[in-house]
Every structure is written in structure tokens, then in C-alpha cells.
Design a protein around this ligand. Structure first.
Ligand code: SAM
Length: 230
């Protein structure tokens, strides 16, 4: 069975590279993206009534990894990267159909000259093609007693601190990017390092918006050493 699908839009995201994007959307509530609808879907009619909802489901293509295909088993980071489970027991990007599913807060809709849907609390890379958008229905979609399987690893978030040099840049950027400090703290608290890496002298880097963020991790603390223009 085959279906032909077409992107309805494209994501413009604060996450400019895959590394360090949280593993699920709600983990960094300060993250933000804009979904730009593409023709012929970029008409205000297609989003009429959507503003009544607080959250939406975004169905998208893992476009950055799609060419690498899929594997029947995967080593999820939540299992320390050394135990294999079936691909359908994971939210891995390497799937037979490279489709992702994320819930996001609906932060606003702009229908002036096209349709732009503002989203918050996302795990989407910049440029991600979007296949569909649906309202999140609390009465049906929220399952209070749902379990987390092996993803319930009890890991503690890291404490995040900023060196003086990073504080200076945060101050300089405060007007343009008021949530930057919070976003960095939320992302680094998840400890984006690969499971096997625990070298306190190793520098890590990620790009958020047009900024390069560098940090080191030791004894449960992520220390942001610099924030510079990308
Ligand atoms: N919430 C979605 C789901 O469950 O289907 C995505 C979960 S997946 C584990 C999250 C990871 O996908 C992020 O950490 C990021 O590295 C990766 N990712 C996000 N957008 C992507 C894209 N367009 N192409 C490839 N990987 C992407």
C-alpha cells in the first residue's frame, strides 16, 4: 500500500542543529517555532477555529535522518545506549516511515499575508517539513494513568550555571531573545551529551537561533562558558 503525501508547511525553529534538541517536546517549554503553511494550504480558511485550542499535534518528517533508513532494533538513550529494543517500542527517528509526532503549545496564529502558526515547547529542527496539524483534545488525548515504560529512568536534571562571559551576552540579547536564558537552562538540564560521554574537560556546543552556546558538564552541573554569534 502506498500513499503520496505532501508537506503542508515548514518549521522555522530555535533549534538550528539536531544535537541537543530535547528528546520530547514539553521538556523545554521556552523553545519556539513558527510553522509556515505552504500553498495551497496557506489560506486563513485552513486554520479557522484553531485558535480555540491551547495545544496542537504536529506530524512531521524526520527529514535530516530520513536518508539513513530504519533499523528493526534501536538503543534508546534512556536505556544508557547499551540495550536494544524494537523500533516500534521507541520514538527513534530511524523508522520505516520517518514520521514524528509532537504536541506543542499553540502560541498564536498570524494570517496576514500567508499563514504562520506560532508554537512553543517543541522538539523540531529548523526546516522540518510538516505533514499535518491537528488540535490536541485534552478530554481524549490526556491519559492521567499512562505509564512511561523504560523511559521512566528517574534521571535527575542537571543544574545549569552561566560563566560571567555568558552572562554578558545574555544581557546583550535580553531584548531580542527574552527567553534565551530559560531556554538554555531547559535544554542543558536534559544533559544532551551522548550516554557514554562523561569527560568534565570536554567542551560541547549547540546552536540556538543564531548563537553558538558552549558548555562543560561535571558532577551534575552544566556550566555555560560562552555564548557567541554563530
Ligand atoms: N516527539 C517526536 C516523536 O516522538 O515522534 C520526536 C521524538 S525524537 C526522539 C526527538 C529528536 O528528533 C530530537 O531530539 C531531534 O534530535 C530529532 N529531530 C527533530 N527534528 C528532526 C528532523 N527534522 N529530522 C531529524 N531529526 C529530527
Amino acid at each position: 500500500m502506498n500513499w503520496h503525501m505532501q508537506a503542508i508547511g515548514r518549521i522555522e525553529s530555535c533549534y538550528r542543529e539536531k544535537f541537543a534538541i530535547p528528546r520530547q517536546p514539553g521538556l523545554a517549554p521556552s523553545s519556539e517555532a513558527t510553522l509556515h503553511l505552504l500553498p495551497p494550504y496557506d489560506h486563513p480558511d485552513t486554520v479557522r477555529g484553531l485558535d480555540a485550542f491551547s495545544h496542537v499535534w504536529v506530524l512531521f518528517v524526520f527529514h535530516e535522518t530520513a536518508a539513513q533508513g530504519w533499523r528493526p532494533t534501536v538503543r534508546p538513550p534512556k536505556l544508557g545506549g547499551n540495550r536494544r529494543v524494537g523500533v516500534f517500542a521507541t520514538r527513534s527517528t530511524f523508522r520505516p516511515n520517518p514520521i514524528g509526532l509532537s504536541v506543542a503549545r499553540l502560541a498564536g496564529i498570524d494570517t496576514d499575508g500567508g499563514v504562520r502558526i506560532h508554537l512553543a515547547g517543541i522538539d523540531l529542527l529548523d526546516g522540518t517539513p510538516v505533514l499535518d496539524l491537528k488540535p490536541y483534545l485534552g478530554y481524549a488525548d490526556a491519559i492521567a494513568d499512562a505509564g512511561n515504560g523504560y523511559a521512566d529512568d528517574g534521571s535527575q536534571p542537571l543544574t545549569v550555571v552561566f560563566d560571567p562571559a555568558a552572562e554578558v551576552t545574555l544581557l546583550e540579547q535580553a531584548q531580542r531573545l527574552p527567553k534565551l536564558r530559560q531556554l538554555i537552562a531547559e535544554v542543558l538540564a536534559q544533559d544532551p551529551r551522548p550516554g557514554y560521554a562523561d569527560d568534565p574537560d570536554r567542551d560541547y556546543g549547540m546552536q540556538l537561533y543564531d548563537l553558538n552556546i558552549r558548555w562543560r558538564t561535571q558532577a551534575g552541573v552544566a556550566r555555560v562558558t560562552s555564548i557567541t554569534a554563530a
